[in-house]
Design a protein around this ligand. Structure first.
Ligand code: F6R
Length: 240
């Protein structure tokens, strides 16, 4: 795994955004997957600015959602859908057919997994995926103990994830399950970026780097991907 430590969050976001821009320049119909959550918010802003400035053309690109809380939809503050649309998709001139995103309000999560798996299969491969790292090492909603053989699947959320979720929702919500791309799907991506920012992530970033690959810390399960880079700011890289 390559490690790239940037000075601060703005520099980190600019560098991650540039990776996405380069990917689309090389392949205009690229399939792009960027996590929700707080970590990529600056990447979204940088990509919107690049699109407005004509430095990237997303008109032929495709976007894939990484995960979603089951039971939450667009109108629920802090859902992945709400965050990613608000900060990113709503600000770009995209057509609906360019986006594939889990529907957290589905009555049939298994069918939803099949739908998303089929979308990815139709595109053959995710060209670039930008992942955040949870406080427990989760990537997407691949929680500690996850199998590395999963494609899209329904997840029982880890207590750490349930506790952390309050920061998105602004209040405790009864979220017990999520739906997520699996480790197998992520590992099949052509290019993978693991992104982390801030001192609070420094311990899990150090564990990711220093621990043998293990499902106890899902972020370690992608370390041997042939084209993965851990991109962090100095605060998140402080224990490396
Ligand atoms: C969000 C996601 C999660 C987050 C992770 C870090 O779609 O898949 O794995 O990337 O929990 O969250 P933040 O960035 O809020 O610290």
């Amino acid at each position: 795994m390559n490690i790239d430590i940037k000075q601060d969050y703005p520099e980190l976001c600019a560098a991650v955004a540039q990776q996405v821009i380069d990917c689309v320049a090389a392949k205009p119909d690229a399939l792009i997957c960027i996590a929700g959550g707080d970590t990529p918010l600056g990447v979204f802003a940088a990509l919107v600015e690049a699109s407005n400035d004509g430095r990237v053309d997303f008109s032929r690109a495709f976007f894939l959602g990484l995960d979603e809380w089951l039971g939450l939809g667009r109108d629920d503050k802090g859902s992945c859908r709400e965050m990613v649309w608000h900060h990113f998709f709503d600000k770009l001139p995209l057509r609906d057919e360019q986006i594939c995103f889990f529907d957290g309000l589905t009555n049939d999560p298994a069918a939803e997994c099949q739908r998303v798996d089929a979308f990815i299969a139709a595109h053959q491969q995710i060209d670039i995926v930008v992942l955040g790292i949870g406080m427990n090492g989760h990537i997407g909603f691949n929680e500690p103990g996850v199998s590395a053989e999963n494609t899209c699947h329904v997840v029982d959320l880890d207590p750490v994830t349930q506790a952390v979720s309050v920061k998105y929702f602004g209040e405790p919500r009864d979220v017990k399950q999520g739906i997520s791309l699996g480790i197998k799907t992520l590992r099949a991506a052509k290019r993978m970026i693991l992104m982390a920012s801030g001192e609070k992530k420094s311990a899990i970033v150090a564990k990711t780097v220093q621990t043998e690959s293990s499902s106890d810390i899902p972020s370690t399960l992608v370390k041997d991907h042939p084209n993965v880079t851990l991109m962090v700011d100095r605060a998140a890289g402080g224990q490396l």
